[in-house]
Design a binder for this molecule. Structure first.
Ligand code: CP
Ligand code: NVA
Length: 330
């Protein structure tokens, strides 16, 4: 949303279908520009700083953001919760006012989603959600970019092809926790014409308000959204199977009870193939991955594209920073 004239990317619904599609294509262009053409940027962020305010750990999002800012000629400043007074010894309101007075953009990884809303309310510079308990919008951009690359027909180039053409009518199945990644997926997939089915254990369903919004998005797009408990029902006819950890950051104390509740939800080649997935099924996972949610025979198989997906965090975050800090909004 735009708060007091400042554009932010806080949830997946901040992006229209067109903006989503454009961001994916821009990310593909950046990847081509760097990896094929070996071209530097015009350093549009020279002399500018992006702060990474992270109250949880991170590998991919941090490395993607720091390298993306460097490519654009700017400086990335990592501020972990051990380093600054992030809502611990100083209010988020004060922190937001202070940090935004000195930097040009903020990438924020928070606990409760309301924290990022507070940051955005008082920030004078754009804020990008680097993960909250409810959403992980930049992750889904990388997932969609990866699928766009995988489904671009031979002889065509992803950076010259519209994602809406390659992704339309693909069916994605989620088996696992009703968490932030699933929330973001179910909001975004309809916008590129994709169907989604999900299987979550009883008691671990998605957030009801976000489901309602996702159903509205699916209705507007004419795509399917299927909600199940049985993994087999979700996997039937799926082109892409996705899961994530059963224990998200901040839920460590629930580990024992979660491992029990998620019995039967581990993805194995046998479960996927006996459930009637599409012949060419593919696997994605945002990482970090634990053995319990998916076995090695799936995770390290040629059907798994998780490392391409991880790399694409960089190109998609680069596209977001370019949009908000260089082009100054959507
Ligand atoms: N997928 C993802 O966000 O990874 P990190 O937590 O390592 O940033
Ligand atoms: N659901 C996970 C995603 C990590 C990238 C978490 O929130 O910890």
């Amino acid at each position: 949303p735009t708060v007091s004239g400042v554009p932010h990317l806080l949830t997946d619904n901040d992006l229209s279908p067109q903006q989503l599609s454009d961001l994916i294509q821009t990310a593909c262009r950046f990847k081509h520009q760097v990896k094929v053409l070996n071209k530097p940027s015009d350093a549009p962020l020279a002399g500018k700083t992006m702060a990474l305010m992270f109250s949880k750990r991170s590998t991919r999002t941090r490395v993607a953001t720091e390298t993306a800012v460097a490519y654009l000629g700017g400086h990335a400043m990592f501020l972990g919760s051990q380093d600054i007074q992030l809502g611990v010894n100083e209010s988020l309101l004060d922190t937001s006012k202070v940090v935004s007075s000195m930097v040009d953009g903020i990438m924020a990884r928070v606990g409760s989603h309301s924290e990022i809303e507070t940051l955005a309310k008082y920030s004078t510079v754009p804020i990008i959600n680097a993960l909250s308990d409810l959403y992980h919008p930049t992750q889904i951009l990388a997932d969609l970019m990866t699928l766009h690359e995988l489904y671009t027909p031979k002889g065509q180039e992803p950076h010259l092809t519209a994602p809406t053409k390659t992704l339309k009518n693909l069916r994605l199945a989620w088996v696992g926790d009703g968490n932030n990644i699933l929330h973001s997926l179910m909001l975004q997939l309809p916008k590129v014409g994709m169907h989604i089915t999900m299987a979550t254990p009883k008691g671990y369903e998605v957030n009801a308000g976000i489901l309602k919004q996702a159903q509205e998005n699916a209705k507007a797009a004419g795509t399917d959204l299927g909600v199940f408990h049985d993994p087999k029902e979700a996997i039937r006819d799926a082109d892409i199977i996705v899961t994530d950890t059963w224990i998200s950051m901040g839920q460590e104390e629930e580990k024992k009870q979660r491992l029990k509740a998620f019995e039967g939800y581990q993805l194995t080649t046998d479960l996927i193939e006996s459930s009637g997935a599409s012949k060419d099924w593919k696997f994605l996972h945002c990482l970090p991955r634990k053995q319990e949610e998916v076995t090695d025979d799936v995770f390290y198989s040629p059907r798994s594209h998780v490392f391409q997906e991880a790399e694409n965090r960089k190109w998609t975050i680069l596209a977001c920073i370019d949009q908000l800090l260089v082009k100054k909004g959507f």
